[in-house]
Design a protein around this ligand. Structure first.
Ligand SMILES: C[S@@+](CC[C@H](N)C(=O)[O-])C[C@H]1O[C@@H](n2cnc3c(N)ncnc32)[C@H](O)[C@@H]1O
Length: 283
């Protein structure tokens, strides 16, 4: 788990708040479920599943859900919610995952990736356990949050920062990695995903009025997270092989099948970038 954030220290307090908070129960979770759509019969991996509220909703909708979390205390709470038979384990997204290749139709990572600095291995592992063409749905702290909450800080740098919060009166220290939007999206594309959707959803209309701050009650307000729907490309692993592991040192003659696949994948990658037309120049 990321140094500085250990959910074991405040698991029950966080889980209690998550059940009814505006940010989780009436914003992040309904948006994620809407993005997931019809899930009956799908095999879904809930990454950083916490105490299991999303897994529970997905199972209620007919999905077959496996979940893991770096926090033993969170997994204990998930197990008491989902039952002894639930497929749950303590595991770190930064390490090799204990699932076979091509297992899942979808992977969902709600509010997890921003705890990790290096996404290379996590994204490669998620691709490995997803079926070709499988979806990765994820939510993150919106990159605007860091300069919003820390005025004067630099948006354009990747940087670790800590927020001191309180869950049900219990102090909690959360340490995140801020990265600008372009770096985030480039990491997805370089890992072999295509970006199908980027979303800044409003909070749910079902939110009880008393938990919605007065200044945003009258509008479809974005609160603080950004959502992505990614698709695992079929050939990305070939592209991501280091040049010296490819026969010919990465300089394959044009006619080899490997080279053609790489070119095809590269065109897809550049096509995705072109579709996004993103640029965040420094100054
Ligand atoms: C903000 S909570 C979200 C929990 C759940 N996804 C939800 O939305 O209700 C973040 C969760 O990610 C877990 N987590 C953080 N870093 C992790 C890592 N490297 N590997 C697995 N889980 C991690 C934490 O233990 C915590 O349960």
């Amino acid at each position: 788990m990321a140094a500085g954030t250990n959910y074991d220290d405040f698991a029950q307090a966080y889980a209690d708040g998550n059940e009814s908070s505006l940010l989780n129960a009436f914003y992040e979770r309904p948006a994620m479920l809407q993005m997931a759509g019809e899930v009956a019969g799908r095999r879904i991996l809930d990454i950083g599943c916490g105490s299991g509220p999303l897994a529970h909703e997905l199972m209620t909708r007919g999905a077959f859900v496996s979940g893991f979390d770096a926090s033993q205390a969170m997994i204990d709470l998930a197990r008491s919610r989902l039952g002894e038979q639930a497929d749950l384990q303590v595991a770190d997204l930064g390490e090799q995952l204990l699932y076979a290749a091509d297992t899942f139709d979808d992977a969902i990572a709600s509010l997890v990736l921003h705890y990790l600095e290096d996404w290379t291995r996590p994204l490669a592992e998620i691709r490995r356990v997803l079926k070709p063409g499988g979806r990765l749905l994820l939510s993150l702290n919106h990159p605007i949050l860091y300069p919003w909450n820390h005025p004067g800080e630099d948006y354009i740098q990747r940087v670790q920062y800590t927020d001191e919060l309180s869950f049900a009166g219990q102090p909690a220290s959360l340490t995140y990695w801020h990265r600008p939007l372009l770096e985030t999206m480039t990491a997805f594309l370089e890992a072999g995903f295509s970006i199908e959707k980027v979303w800044e959803p409003p909070y749910s209309k079902d939110a009880p009025e008393q938990i919605v701050p007065e200044r945003i009650r009258e509008r479809d307000a974005f609160l603080s997270f950004i959502f992505f729907e990614l698709l695992s490309g079929k050939w990305g692993l070939l592209l991501s092989a280091p040049a010296d592991s490819v026969p010919g040192g990465g300089h394959l003659p044009d006619w080899t099948p490997g080279r053609r696949l790489m070119d095809w994948r590269m065109r897809e990658l550049l096509g995705s970038l072109g579709r996004c037309a993103l640029s965040e120049p420094g100054w």
